[in-house]
Design a protein around this ligand. Sequence first.
Ligand code: XMP
Length: 323
Amino acid sequence: TWTSANIVEEQVELIREQVGDARVISALSGGVDSAVSTALVQKAIGDQLTAVFVDHGLLREGEAEQVRQDYVAATGVDLKVVDAKDQFLGFLDGVTDPEQKRKIIGREFIRTFEAAEREVLATPGAPVRFLVQGTLYPDVVESGGGEGAANIKSHHNVGGLPEDLEFSLIEPLRTLFKDEVRQVGRELGIPEAIVSRHPFPGPGLAIRIVGAVSEERLAILRRADAIVREETTAAGLDTEIWQFPVVLLADVRSVGVQGDGRTYGHPIVLRPVSSEDAMTADWSRLPYELLERISTRITNEVDEVNRVVLDVTSKPPGTIEWE
Ligand code: XMP
């Protein structure tokens, strides 16, 4: 019978057999799949594993801290954090084209991860021969079910992995669907805030700022996004909504009025969608009371924002993200 406890036990056994005395490296992205696959490997082989978390500064409020602190406390994983915020922001400076943003983030991620990897390889101990991948069953099916390096998904959440990969892969989630992965994550004691996360794009908030990315703009978007998540969770609608992108139109300003004064601020776009697989999506019919609370709070609490608008476009023709 399928229980998350059985899956954990079975995978721990398999991972131990596969790895032997070798060491293993893993990339944590902040997402569910890498968190659960890494925790499984940690449970199996403990400190033979080094997890690397590249903090690119494009995660949502509190998420990097959840990985650095809560996840480590819950799993005991040996985590190497690379603070690469300045590097990523520097390369993104002035860049507005969405695909250009993705390219830069993917490239810098690989560079940073490889540098961390070299450091791990240089530490004394058994050779590092394995890389953990959070591949799920739907990814396996999508890519034809083959084995090995050709099958690495152009990794969503970490934005691409080195091409000259000299590692064998450990893919402990290969037979599981997303909801099963979440159950296994709970079984492993991973904080609920991580386990129940919605899908989030690898390039993060950079592709939810329409316009150039800057620290100030990230701070505005982070505040608005945090309010949306708080209110949606309080309304009990997290599982009903597939994803809820919050988008800052950073180059648009509109006139508003607040107190005695005229404002000239930015709009925030709400983009809640329902979907089965992100290939198609429908805009979520959220309760007006929730929309009102979100709008009131954002315009009250985020100084630079004076207007909140709702995206009522299906996919197709709209995509889920704005970039
Ligand atoms: P779109 O916007 O194309 O998004 O409807 C479909 C799904 O993919 C996610 N997405 C990305 N994920 N890197 C990612 O890892 C990306 O560059 C990227 N762009 C879109 C999006 O959040 C949605 O789940």
